[in-house]
Each structure stands twice: as structure tokens, then as C-alpha cells.
Design a protein around this ligand. Structure first.
Ligand code: FE
Length: 140
């Protein structure tokens, strides 16, 4: 797929495509309960893709166990895969992470991650779809 091609759908189309739980997180910037997600403890190899549009977001070899209850990554597949936005909701100042291709909400990024990047991309499992057939990162 062409990572530069934007995916634009109406909210009605997203509602039809996504489960209600996915829609709440991806399209309404919701947050799944901690330790509830399918990928929280996952150690499988592959590429985590956007659950809404399929864009490649996070290689499995960037995933680490943060203990927070959400899948956590040190960096995206490419800098262009995601967009960052200042988020002042809920009485906090955080940096929201969205999929650049379709604009869907993924989670937030914090500066308390491990080496080498020091970044912690805290991402909802509901926003991700692990593509285990993508072995690109399996030797990492
Ligand atoms: Fe997307």
C-alpha cells in the first residue's frame, strides 16, 4: 500500500466497519481499560497495523513491557506513520498519537521510555491489528 495515500471515510462508514469498542477508541479518542487489551502481553513477531486502515504502525521488535496495562512501543515503523497532537483533555497535557493515513486515535506518547529512543508509545490494543505474516521485524 502507498503510505502517502490518505484514507477518508464518513463516521457512518467507520461505524459500519469497526466494532463499537474499536469505534469508541479509534474515532472518539477513547481509552480501553488497562490490562484489558489483546496485545498487552503479546510477544509475537510481526507488524502492528492500524485496526482502522491497515497502515503499518509499530514493528513488534519495538514493543516492550511497560507494566502500564497497554501495549507500549519505543518508536513507530516510520516517523511518517503517525501524527502527534497536543492533547489537553482530562486535566492533563499529553501528546496524542494518531494514524497519519486515516486520522484514527491510537494512544499517547510519553518521554519516560527505555533506550534507545526514551519514548513510550502507549497504544490501545483496540487500535492495533498484528500482522504476524510480516516477518520483516522477526529477526530484530
Ligand atoms: Fe489508520
Amino acid at each position: 500500500m502507498d503510505a502517502g495515500t490518505k484514507v477518508e471515510k464518513s463516521e457512518q462508514e467507520w461505524r459500519e466497519q469497526l466494532t463499537p469498542e474499536q469505534y469508541e477508541v479509534l474515532r472518539r479518542a477513547g481509552t480501553e481499560p488497562p490490562f484489558s487489551g489483546a496485545y498487552n502481553y503479546a510477544k509475537d513477531s510481526g507488524m502492528y497495523r492500524c485496526a482502522a486502515c491497515g497502515a503499518e504502525l509499530f514493528p513488534s521488535d519495538t514493543k516492550f513491557d511497560s507494566g502500564t496495562g497497554w501495549p507500549s512501543f519505543t518508536e513507530p515503523a516510520t516517523a511518517e506513520a503517525v501524527e502527534l497532537h497536543s492533547d489537553r483533555s482530562h486535566g492533563m497535557t499529553r501528546t496524542e498519537v494518531t494514524c497519519r493515513r486515516c486520522g484514527s486515535h491510537l494512544g499517547h506518547v510519553f518521554d519516560d521510555g527505555p533506550n534507545p529512543t526514551g519514548q513510550r508509545y502507549c497504544i490501545n490494543s483496540l487500535s492495533l491489528d498484528l500482522d504476524a505474516s510480516d516477518a520483516e521485524s522477526s529477526t530484530g
